[in-house]
Design a protein around this ligand. Structure first.
Ligand code: FAD
Length: 385
């Protein structure tokens, strides 16, 4: 059987790429290695309104838990600010249901979807990727395709099989652990973030409310920067004080050092976490993966129509996504490096200095006024403000 496009990985990046490629009229096969699409969950489910706007997906009650209108930032020694900036507005979604919804949407657009089907190798013709070998519930298969889209998450094996350097080093990953809890006293409209060495050194702790006292509570830390303790140590210490029930535990990692060097080669495109397309400051990847998946589907369509699946043509994908979001990712990486370098006292003082200010309308000048008390931070941010 021959397809125009084989998509490897059936979560956000994979399903959105498969949907758009199928909508463009291509014959698409999407393969997901896990037996069930959407599990195990490796996400807190925070998604902004801009995701729904740019993808055209409706925030349906089936997968949205709560409407979010505010974020609270908590410092290590009790400093706290809240913001209701519209860019924060969005939803906490139930990823298990959402991921399945996205896969179903791709199938309804005409893509063939196969869960429990793990890609083991690539097929090459004249040095160009031209299909996959995979093992599914019904045995092993070889499928030819003009283009393969690798949406297979961190440490993308498929990208590496094609000769791309998709490996993230330990210091480039944020290790995360998360409980879904019940019985927590939280405001259903507000996402809570906790910073500082007691909560999450070189990362943060989050509480994303899911309604009726349920919430995703998680910690992300960079293992290379927090001695022997991993995220679970910090998470357990917080949860034991909060005294709530644990409904689910999950763990995962997010690439937070910016994108990989090259995201395409002859016959293959890499999208989503596999390409490091994640905001290095927040660790948020859903919206970025979706944006890049839509670009990948459109470039794949043009390439197939022009019969040009070589890396020269496919580099349109690389240049388009870098033009659209590359600068924002660079900026976030710089901010994250500044945050990394702050002591607990500096972090707390900085958060405290914003107390009572309207963060929605904070201007560059008012930010500079606040930062004049922190010449070290000001120096680090000099080129960004
Ligand atoms: C704890 C945690 C919390 C997070 N919270 C948020 C959040 O609140 N908001 C946000 O925007 N982002 C969040 N993120 C990041 C976000 O989850 C990811 O950026 C996003 O899900 C990436 O989607 P993806 O499709 O690129 O990759 P993935 O979700 O990793 O999907 C890759 C898929 O490929 C499959 N696969 C791998 N290899 C193969 C193979 N050989 N054959 C077939 N299938 C294969 C895997 O089974 C997997 O299903 C969080 C991440 C973590 C770890």
């Amino acid at each position: 059987m021959k397809y125009d496009v084989v998509v490897v990985g059936g979560r956000v990046a994979g399903s959105i790429a498969a949907y758009h490629a199928a909508e463009n009229g291509l014959r698409v096969l999407m393969l997901e290695g896990n037996p069930e699409i959407g599990t195990p969950v490796q996400c807190a489910g925070g998604v902004s309104d801009s995701f729904f706007k740019s993808t055209g997906i409706k925030p349906l009650p089936e997968f949205t838990c709560t409407r979010i209108n505010a974020a609270a930032i908590n410092g290590p020694h009790g400093a706290r600010i809240t913001t209701r900036n519209p860019i924060i507005s969005g939803y906490i979604i139930e990823r298990k249901i959402f991921d399945k919804y996205l896969a179903l949407r791709a199938a309804e657009a005409g893509a063939d979807v196969s869960a429990g089907s793990r890609v083991k190798d690539l097929i090459f013709h004249d040095g160009s990727v031209s299909g996959v070998k995979f093992r599914g519930p019904d045995g092993t298969h070889e499928v030819e395709s003009d283009i393969v889209i690798a949406a297979d998450g961190i440490q993308s094996g498929v990208g590496r099989m094609a000769g791309l350097d998709t490996r993230f080093r330990p210091g480039e990953l944020c290790s995360c652990a998360q409980y879904e809890v019940a019985g927590l006293d939280v405001d259903d409209e507000t996402m809570e973030f906790y910073f500082g060495s007691t909560f999450a050194p070189s990362g943060y702790l989050w509480i994303f409310p899911k309604g009726d006292g349920r919430a995703n509570v998680g910690v992300g830390v960079r293992r290379t920067r927090c001695s022997d303790n991993g995220p679970l140590h910090y998470l357990n210490s917080f949860i034991s004080r909060a005294g709530c029930s644990r409904l689910e535990f999950n763990a995962g990692a997010v690439p937070v050092a910016g994108p990989i060097g090259r995201t395409c080669t002859d016959g293959l495109l890499v999208v989503g976490d596999a390409a490091g397309q994640v905001d290095p400051l927040t660790g948020g990847g859903i919206h970025i993966a979706a944006e890049c998946a839509m670009i990948a589907a459109d470039v794949a369509t043009d390439a197939i129509e022009s019969q040009r699946t070589d890396s020269g043509f496919l580099s349109n994908y690389e240049s388009t996504w870098r033009d659209r979001i590359g600068k924002n990712l660079d900026r976030s990486l710089k901010f994250r490096k500044v945050l990394d370098s702050l002591s607990d006292d500096e972090l707390d003082a900085l958060i405290r200095s914003f107390d009572g200010k309207d963060l929605n309308s904070i201007s560059k000048i008012s930010l500079l006024k606040v930062l004049r008390y922190y010449p070290r931070i000001l120096k680090m941010l000099k080129n960004m403000l």
